[in-house]
Design a protein around this ligand. Structure first.
Ligand SMILES: Nc1nc2c(ncn2[C@@H]2O[C@H](COP(=O)(O)OP(=O)(O)OP(=O)(O)O)[C@@H](O)[C@H]2O)c(=O)[nH]1
Ligand SMILES: [Mg+2]
Length: 205
């Protein structure tokens, strides 16, 4: 078998069943890859998979036309950064049935309890209306789990005027300060703006 560093970036494995997790993590987790994990979390349609593709500069994660489609955890090797990226299922999509929501929480909770190699949680909020109540609930969860959180405001291109951008930035900074997230852990990005993506990539390279 090839060593991790010799392998190319790309898809590794998908986990849908929490029962698989402890065994996979303790044993031959992720086909022998042991790099630190970066977990991408956020509500459905916020842009997790799109951002992962941009960071890795490869179309590895499926961008969904239908929100709420990703119901499993997809793992990718980001070779350039020597990290593993976990693309987690989105939460808070109204059309998702209650039973599905329970499944979602179970899967996430099992994952974060089982995997102690999560270096960073990237919490994605929509620049236009995040953080919503569900976003803040999720943020609270990761803070209670003592995870290092970086907040990414997605789809910044959708804020059209300078004044709108300025006010949103002020509002979000204020809310996040209450959660102990400093401005330097807050990024405003757009998949259409290379510069914003480079800012995000740089610390990992
Ligand atoms: N305008 C704009 N659209 C974006 C941006 N990022 C993602 N999108 C669009 O938002 C939609 C959802 O993107 P995904 O990456 O599939 O979102 P997701 O968070 O992975 O969604 P789930 O897997 O369902 O949880 C797609 O139509 C993307 O093209 C962005 O920066 N700007
Ligand atoms: Mg997705």
């Amino acid at each position: 078998m090839l060593k991790c560093r010799e392998m190319t970036s790309g898809y590794i494995i998908t986990l849908a069943d929490p029962a698989q997790l402890p065994k996979l993590i303790q044993g031959k987790f992720l086909n022998g890859h042991h790099q630190a994990r970066i977990a991408f979390v956020g509500r459905s349609n916020v842009g997790k998979s799109s951002l992962i593709n941009c960071l890795m500069k490869e179309r590895v994660a499926r961008v969904s036309a239908t929100p709420g489609k990703t119901r499993a955890i997809h793992f990718f090797l980001w070779k350039e950064a020597d990290r593993i990226i976990a693309d987690l299922p989105g939460y808070g999509f109204a059309k998702v049935a209650k039973e599905d929501k329970r499944e979602w929480s179970k899967l996430l909770d099992s994952y974060f309890s089982a995997d102690d190699h999560v270096e960073l949680v990237m919490m994605l909020f929509d620049s236009r209306h995040g953080p919503t109540e569900a976003d803040l609930e999720a943020l609270d969860y990761f803070i209670s789990k003592k995870k290092t959180v970086q907040v990414i405001m997605t789809k910044f291109d959708q804020l059209k005027t300078q004044s709108e951008r300025h006010h949103r930035k002020q509002d979000v900074q204020k809310i996040l300060a209450e959660y102990g997230i400093p401005p330097e852990h807050l990024y405003w990005v757009s998949t259409k703006d290379q510069k914003s993506l480079e800012w995000l990539r740089r610390p990992f390279l």
